[in-house]
Design a protein around this ligand. Structure first.
Ligand code: FUB
Length: 331
């Protein structure tokens, strides 16, 4: 049931309707900006009746024939969604498009958005880069959370591989002292870097290193961090992203950089609801200790890897600070 929203506080008495929006989307990052919830996902597969992007540049870079069009080549833009209550969502089309990022051609993945300096910064990965190729993690900026976001520095912020971490799945986090961190990494490695105050460059950690590896056991990709009652919760995806066993695990630690101690799994497939549940994010309702998890999952009827939908469910902390397993719901 939905009741009234007032003074910018979301109503606690809501039941999200999963999937929350129509269409194939993945890797949702949930935020609150200006009294609204915002979700920034990967466009997992565009609708068949959507305007087809020009894939010439992507096919040239991937050395693919014109008739070869894997879905990741068509991931050339990002939509966003806003909601006052986690139930009713408004689509904002193409908040970022490769047309506005000279070096990016395909595989725009896993946006992470943070407000700073009176503006909104969207971190994204592009081109599914391997060593020696152009691509990696970029940053774009806009004056509103609905964009349009424009490339900030004209090149990737992280354009090569450090500590074995694939430069994807970035997450921007502001610590209590104001320091901004970017967690990122696929291929089973998690790095964390410090961002400069203008978000245009990286700054060394106190030990002089720039790329610090903090990979927890079982880590695959898709990290996220929240702080609650003095404890930092590091969460991530495990398993294979196209498989049913994709899941979310977490660890806790005393600082944003750890050391982190693994605690367990909080989100996994439910054969009555969906499979492949992972790449999540977390948000707290304003004014109350009530938390929600946004994630993608594959409907039981779907086997194709990119057929992922967005869901929001409750995330509950026990009295001892551990996180209870998420109960997936559907409409
Ligand atoms: O959506 C593309 C990729 O799939 C993401 O980067 C991974 O986290 C996985 O969800």
């Amino acid at each position: 049931a939905l009741a009234v929203t007032f003074f910018g506080a979301a109503n606690s008495d809501v039941t999200p309707r999963n999937p929350i929006v129509a269409g194939w989307y993945a890797d949702p990052e949930i935020r609150r900006f200006g009294g609204q919830y915002w979700i920034y996902p990967t466009t997992s597969e565009a609708p068949s009746d959507a305007p087809q992007p020009n894939l010439n540049e992507a096919q040239r870079r991937m050395r693919l024939a014109p008739n070869i069009r894997p879905a990741f080549l068509t991931q050339t833009y990002l939509d966003a969604f806003s909601s006052p209550d986690l139930v009713h969502w408004t689509r904002h089309s193409r908040v970022l498009d490769t047309k506005g990022v000279r070096w990016a051609a395909y595989a725009i993945w896993a946006p992470s958005v943070i407000s700073a300096n009176g503006r909104f910064y969207l971190f994204f990965s592009a081109n599914d880069v391997h060593e020696g190729e152009t691509g990696g993690i970029g940053v774009a900026v806009a004056s509103t959370p609905r964009g349009p976001f424009h490339d900030l520095i004209g090149k990737p912020l992280i354009g090569s591989i450090h500590n074995g971490a694939q430069p994807i799945d970035q997450f921007a986090f502001r610590d209590d002292d104001g320091q901004l961190y970017l967690y990122y990494g696929g291929w089973g490695h998690l790095d964390v870097v410090r961002l400069s105050p203008d978000l245009k460059s990286l700054m060394p950690h106190s030990d002089g290193t720039t790329f610090r590896e903090i990979t927890p056991p079982g880590y695959v990709e898709g990290s996220f961090v929240v702080k609650r009652r003095g404890i930092y919760y590091l969460m991530w995806s495990e398993g294979g992203w196209t498989g049913p066993d994709y899941r979310v695990a977490y660890a806790t630690g005393p600082t944003a950089l750890g050391p982190f101690t693994k605690k367990g799994t909080i989100l996994a497939q439910d054969n009555r609801v969906a499979r492949g549940a992972g790449h999540h994010s977390v948000i707290k309702e304003p004014g109350v200790d009530k938390w929600w998890i946004a994630y993608h999952r594959r409907p039981l009827s779907e086997t194709k890897g990119d057929h992922r939908v967005l869901a929001v469910d409750r995330l509950n902390f026990s009295a001892d600070g551990t996180i209870e397993p998420v109960v997936m719901t559907k409409q």
